[in-house]
Design a binder for this molecule. Structure first.
Ligand code: RIB
Length: 314
């Protein structure tokens, strides 16, 4: 069984679908409001579980209704949530999200309990992490904890995948890159990490080279509707997108991370993992919400048949 561990955030997403995204000082009369279970970490955990992995999640929620809902949601997905601690001193993380008619979004996060994840939480989950084939990380919990979890996973021979989101305000530590099997920034995050604005495939290649030079084994630059750019020691390759009409791009990167993790945990090559993840991300954006829109494996197979794309493995 493919084992995946996730260290990261849990948020309740408060989402308004609006005709367009507001600019500063603007009030936009929106359409519909809904709450969805979210948080980059928990989204990735649910995504991996629905694709068939055995998943353990490490994080924190507050002692409140949102926290209970989020934890129960993980348990319902058969995720081991014993590493999700309840933090009495802070509220559960909340994300205020606006989604426009083209599926684009803006997100503001109040981190709450996510900011209270500690090294001790990682120590308590040591076995779950060390026994996993892949560890998924993002940047919505403290960077020191992310780095510590990466050290433990790397020492145990577990692949470490970092989604450097939200875009960090300062450079990531050099030694973190050396622990990473894959880093997968989007265009905004790639620019924050490298200073290179990504307008063309050549830009993506330059950014990927810069990140590879810092010591990670593979770089995937996510280019949204333009697909992805993969760079490893031996390979440079543009991976085409699957054309869909987006409904909501929220958590597309999380679906992508989950797809890569499950593929790699099932022994796929990095190239096949990125192709598989591209299909997972494409199906996700056709549906509203973060966790509810994560595809199950059979849904993915059916979507691939409808789209006439071949999955690199079933
Ligand atoms: O990646 C999407 C997620 O970012 C949302 O679910 C929101 O909670 C924020 O963490």
């Amino acid at each position: 069984m493919a084992r995946v561990a996730v260290v990261g955030s849990l948020n309740m997403d408060l989402v308004i679908r609006a005709p367009h995204l507001p600019s500063a000082g603007e009030t936009v009369l929106g359409g519909t409001f809904a709450t969805f279970a979210g948080g980059k970490g928990a989204n990735q955990a649910v995504g991996a579980a629905r694709l068939g992995a055995t998943v353990a999640m490490v994080g924190r929620v507050g002692d409140d209704a949102f926290g209970r809902l989020l934890r129960d949601g993980l348990v319902h997905e058969r995720i081991d949530a014993s590493g999700v601690r309840t933090n009495a001193g802070a509220a559960t993380g909340v994300a205020l999200i606006t989604v426009d008619g083209a599926g684009q979004n803006t997100i503001v996060v109040a981190s709450g309990a996510n900011a209270a994840v500690t090294r001790e939480d990682i120590d308590a989950a040591h076995n779950a992490i060390a026994q996993s084939a892949v560890l998924l990380l993002q940047l919505e919990v403290p960077l020191d904890v992310v780095r510590y979890a990466a050290q433990i996973a790397h020492a145990a021979g577990c692949m470490v995948i970092l989604d450097p989101a939200p875009a960090p305000g300062q450079p990531l530590p050099d030694d973190l890159y050396q622990l990473l099997s894959i880093i997968h920034p989007n265009e905004v995050e790639a620019r924050a990490l490298t200073g290179i604005a990504i307008a063309t495939e050549a830009d993506a290649r330059r950014a990927a080279e810069a990140l590879l030079a810092r010591g990670c084994q593979a770089v995937v630059i996510k280019l949204g509707a333009r697909g992805a750019y993969l760079a490893t020691g031996a390979r440079r390759e543009a991976v085409p997108a699957i054309r869909v009409t987006p409904v909501d791009t929220t958590a597309a990167g999380d679906a992508f991370a989950a797809g890569m993790a499950v593929a790699l945990a099932e022994q796929a090559s990095v190239q096949a993992a990125v192709q598989f993840a591209t299909v997972v991300g494409a199906l996700k954006v056709t549906r509203m919400g973060a966790q509810p829109s994560m595809p199950a494996r059979e849904e993915l197979r059916e979507f691939a048949r409808q789209q006439r794309v071949s999955l690199p493995f079933q």
